[in-house]
Write a protein that binds this ligand. Structure first.
Ligand code: NDP
Ligand code: MG
Length: 369
C-alpha cells in the first residue's frame, strides 16, 4: 500500500528534496497535501506534477487545481499516514502538535518545534503512539545507531564548523551576509545557514537530541568534523562506538525518515568509498568563537522557558542580520541580552510558550531598532 504523505514547506530546501525522493519512489507514496508560504509559482508547479488533493499557501487565491486547506486542517486530516514538517522557524510547532493529536506520524525537519516545546511534543507523541522520525542528518544518524537507549553512554553530534571554522573571531565579526551564507558543505534555507555559521544550529540540535532521545545534556557531545561524512555517533557503556556515515546529502535522511522502517535504493547517486574519502578529521569546537553553542547548552540545561526565549531572540536577530540591520556577531550578543532579561517560567504550557515567543520577538525587535 502507498504511504500517504503531506509536506509542510514543500517549496523550501528540505521540501524540494523530499519531492525529488518521492518522485524517485513514486510507487511508494501518495501525496495528500503540499503547503508553502509565498512561493506560489513553485507550489503550483508542484501541484501540477504531484497532484495533491489539498494545498496551502499564504494567499488562498493563488492556489491552482487543488483544494485549499489550512495547515491545521492538513494536520488533522486522517487521510495522512505521515506528515513531513519542513517549514522553518516557529510556525512548525502548532501543526506538529495537531498532527500528533490526530495520531499521524511525523518526519521532523523543523528542529525549532522541539527547542520550543520538546517536553510537550514528546509526551504527546508517546501518549498518542505517534512516531517522530528525525530528518536532521545528525539525529537521523543517531536514530540509526541507537538500539537500546539504556545502554548508551554518550551521543556524539558532528558539526561541519560552517564557513568560519578556519577564520578568526575578528573576521567573523566583519562577515557579510554572502560570507555567512556560503556554507562549505550544505545548501540549505537562509535561516539555518546563518545558524550554521554561528553554530547556533548545533546548539539547537543539542536541545533537539535531548528531547528526541531523552538524554541528559552532559551526555551529548559535539565534535567538529569538517568533511560531514560521519553524520553522528553513539557511544555505548562498554566503550563501543557506532557511527553512521554517508556522503553529505539531505536526500538520504529525508528518505530514511519518510520511508522508515523500510529502506530503498531511492535517489542514491553513487556508492560510498572509504578509499576515495581517504581521511576524516575531528576537532573540539572553539567555545569562545562559537559562543552560541555554549549558550544553547546552558539554556537547555536550565530549561523551562529559556530555550523558547533563546530560539525567538535568535530567529529575530537572524532575520535582522539577513536584512542588513546588524552584524553577524550581534546575533549572539542580542540573544545573550534577551536571555539575561528573561524571567524563566518553569514547565511552560503551550499557551505560555506562544506568549513568551511573541513577547521575546517584540522585545528583540525593539532592541535591534
Ligand atoms: P527553507 O527556508 O528553504 O524553507 C522553508 C519552507 O517553509 C518553504 O517552503 C516556505 O515557503 C515554508 N514556509 C515559510 N513560512 C510559511 C508559512 N507561514 N506557512 C507555510 N509555509 C511556510 O528552509 P529549509 O528547508 O532549509 O529548512 C526547513 C526546516 O528544516 C528548518 O526548521 C531547518 O532547521 C530544518 N532543517 C533543514 C535542513 C536543510 O538541509 N535545509 C537540514 C536540517 C534541518 P515559501 O518559500 O513558499 O514561502
Ligand atoms: Mg543538522
Amino acid at each position: 500500500m502507498k504511504r500517504r504523505i503531506s509536506i509542510l514547506g514543500s517549496t523550501g530546501s528540505i521540501g524540494r528534496q523530499a519531492l525529488e525522493v518521492i518522485e524517485k519512489l513514486n510507487d511508494k507514496f501518495e501525496i495528500i497535501a503540499l503547503a508553502a508560504g509565498h512561493n506560489t509559482d513553485l507550489l503550483n508547479e508542484q501541484i501540477k506534477k504531484f497532484k495533491p488533493k489539498y494545498a496551502y499557501a499564504d494567499e488562498e487565491s493563488a492556489i491552482n487545481s487543488a483544494q485549499y486547506m489550512t495547515l491545521e486542517e492538513i494536520c488533522s486530516n486522517k487521510e495522512n499516514d505521515i506528515i513531513l514538517v519542513a517549514v522553518s522557524g516557529r510556525i512548525g510547532l502548532k501543526p506538529t502538535i495537531t498532527a500528533i493529536k490526530n495520531g499521524i506520524d511525523i518526519a521532523l525537519a523543523n528542529k525549532e518545534t522541539l527547542v520550543m516545546a520538546g517536553d510537550i511534543v514528546m509526551a504527546l507523541a508517546k501518549e498518542n503512539g505517534v512516531n517522530i522520525i528525525p530528518v536532521d542528518s545528525e539525529h537521523c544518524a543517531i536514530h540509526q545507531c541507537i538500539k537500546n537507549i539504556s545502554q548508551v553512554e554518550n551521543l556524539i553530534i558532528t558539526a561541519s564548523g560552517g564557513p568560519f571554522l578556519r577564520k578568526s573571531i575578528e573576521e567573523m565579526k566583519k562577515a557579510s551576509v554572502e560570507e555567512a551564507l556560503a556554507h562549505p558543505r550544505w545548501n540549505m534555507g537562509k535561516k539555518i545557514t546563518v545558524d550554521s555559521a554561528t553554530l547556533m544550529n548545533k546548539g539547537l540540535e543539542v536541545i533537539e537530541a535531548h528531547h528526541l532521545f531523552d538524554i541528559d545534556y552532559d551526555r551529548i557531545k559535539v565534535v567538529v568534523h569538517p568533511q560531514s561524512i560521519v553524520h553522528s555517533a553513539v557511544e555505548y557503556v562498554d566503550g563501543s562506538v557506532i557511527a553512521q556515515l554517508g556522503l553529505p546529502s539531505m536526500h538520504i535522511p529525508i528518505q530514511y525518515a519518510i520511508t522508515y522502517p523500510e529502506r530503498y535504493e531511492g535517489i542514491k547517486s553513487k556508492s560510498f568509498s572509504f578509499s576515495e574519502i581517504a581521511r576524516l578529521d575531528f576537532q573540539a569546537p572553539d567555545w569562545d568563537k562559537f559562543k552560541a553553542l555554549k549558550i544553547a547548552y546552558e539554556c537547555g540545561k536550565i530549561g523551562g522557558s529559556l530555550p523558547v526565549c533563546m530560539n525567538a531572540a535568535n530567529e529575530e536577530a537572524v532575520f535582522a542580520f539577513l536584512n542588513g540591520k546588524i552584524k553577524l556577531y550581534d546575533i549572539i550578543n542580542i540573544v545573550e541580552k534577551m536571555l539575561e532579561k528573561h524571567i524563566i517560567v518553569e514547565n511552560p504550557n503551550l499557551e505560555d510558550i506562544f506568549d513568551i515567543d511573541n513577547n521575546v520577538r517584540i522585545k528583540t525587535r525593539e532592541l535591534i531598532n
